[in-house]
Design a protein around this ligand. Structure first.
Ligand code: XLS
Ligand code: CA
Ligand code: CA
Length: 439
């Protein structure tokens, strides 16, 4: 059965095309900066937003029909989502997907039945993967929706809930390995707390880290050689999160000795919720060798919650791609559209158009980031800005070959006032605008 019969294959038609169901900038096979566009960008479809989310919000029920002709929460529905999902990815030329266990199969009456559903659906997904060549980017377990996780999963006060979470993680790792995934994500939505009055913070954090160590040991024992990722996010849904932003998550990873196996999955909207830019979070990850994968979306800067919009801001995608290129590009990771069409964008055409603008915005970001690197003025400015560390006392500092007494004696020989040099932010912003808009 064909679910999206209004479109055959979404093709690249170039910047002048007015066809809403064509790419204007994403030209998958185009070589740029040493690789094909599709290999730089490694786009992935998020199972949850694309095939499950129906537009429900705090104030209203669903606006989108995602039953795909079947009764929701049945195995027939799960299979029809697989069919619809693979048709969707093929028509858009998307080569990867990401999932939570709960997105792909309905819950059974107990763990054993749920696991059986997961076995059956992953058999079916695997068939489709073999048929189409589409691959799994990463898998994860949903440890936040069920009421038992109300106090957290790895950070739960209940040892039984902790064991249940471990069972879910074990099975989600099995599914990820079975489908050849290159990443496994921990997004700790409920791994935080509401009030310190009821919380042993130190114990909770140690328990989360232990669970991660056990997950690594198990996954390695069954042949997983991909990366684990922590996905930082502040506040939502818990008030205080243990994985607030990239710097906090890196501190956690290093404190608990997880750095050999873990990197970060950076999400644009989570960066802005933490009061950072997307490029800031990418840079913090990159300079710590922790840039693993990216959840590509954008938030609404006028509201304070996680709106998971499709990325359309080319300035932001350009600065993000600049960070990703400077870090050497993706290895195990990619760009997962953790994005949903707006609640009133409720027709299947809208879902295609949402992906098209997201993919085009990142393609433009890639093209413009390469242009910034080739232009060279930004890199050159930064090099010159720190040039005083290339000789004399500056070089001694760089080489860690001096001490406080020597620096103090040197400082007394300097003519005051000192001039550290202008930051020239406006000039640099003008350079970026020129690269963005000059052709
Ligand atoms: C929620 C997160 C979640 C993770 C995977 O805000 O973005 O969807 O990506 O659990
Ligand atoms: Ca995410
Ligand atoms: Ca999000």
């Amino acid at each position: 059965m064909e679910y999206f019969d209004f479109v055959d294959q979404v093709k690249y038609e170039g910047p002048k095309s007015k066809n809403p169901l064509a790419f204007k900038f994403y030209d998958a096979e185009r070589e740029i900066y040493g690789k094909k566009m599709k290999d730089h960008l490694k786009f992935a479809m998020a199972w949850w937003h694309t095939l499950c989310a129906d537009g429900t919000d705090m104030f209203g029920s669903g606006t989108m029909d995602k039953s795909f002709g079947q009764t929701p929460a049945t195995m027939d529905h799960a299979r029809s989502k697989v069919d619809a999902g693979f048709e969707f990815m093929q028509k858009l030329g998307i080569q990867y997907f990401c999932f939570h266990d709960a997105d792909i199969a309905p819950e059974g009456k107990n763990l054993a039945e749920t696991n059986k559903n997961l076995d059956d659906i992953t058999d079916y997904i695997k068939e489709k993967m073999d048929e189409t060549g589409i691959k799994l980017l990463w898998g994860t377990s949903n440890l936040f929706t069920k009421p038992i996780f109300m106090n957290g999963a790895g950070s739960s006060n209940s040892a039984d809930v902790y064991a249940y979470a471990a069972a879910k993680i074990k099975k989600a790792i099995d599914c990820t390995v079975k489908l050849g995934g290159t990443g496994y994500v921990f997004w700790g939505g409920r791994e935080g707390y509401e009030t310190l009055l009821n919380t042993d913070m130190k114990f909770e954090q140690e328990n989360i880290a232990n669970l991660m160590h056990m997950a690594v040991d198990y996954a390695r024992s069954i042949g997983f050689n991909g990366d684990f990722y922590i996905e930082p996010k502040p506040q939502e849904p818990m008030k205080h999160q243990y994985d607030y932003d990239a710097a906090t998550a890196i501190q956690f990873i290093e404190k608990f000795g997880l750095e050999k196996d873990f990197k970060l999955n950076i999400e644009a909207n989570h960066a802005t919720l933490a009061g950072h830019t997307f490029e800031h979070e990418l840079r913090v990850a990159a300079i710590n060798n922790m840039l693993g994968s990216v959840d590509a979306n954008q938030g609404d800067l006028l509201v304070g919650w996680d709106t998971d919009q499709f990325p359309t801001d080319v300035y932001a995608t350009t600065l993000a791609m600049l960070e990703i290129l400077r870090a050497g590009g993706f290895t195990t990771g990619g760009l997962n559209f953790d994005s949903k069409s707006r609640r009133p964008s409720n027709k299947p055409e809208d879902w295609f158009e949402a992906f098209i603008v997201g993919m085009d915005s990142f393609a433009l970001g890639l093209i413009k980031a390469v242009a910034i690197l080739e232009d060279g003025r930004l890199d050159q400015f930064i090099q010159e800005r720190y040039a005083s560390f290339n000789e004399g006392m500056g070089k001694k500092v760089r080489d860690k070959a001096t001490n406080l007494e020597e620096l103090a004696a040197y400082a007394e020989t300097l003519e005051e006032p000192l001039d550290p040099g202008a930051g020239k932010q406006e000039y640099l912003e003008a350079v970026v605008n020129q690269v963005l808009f000059s052709n």
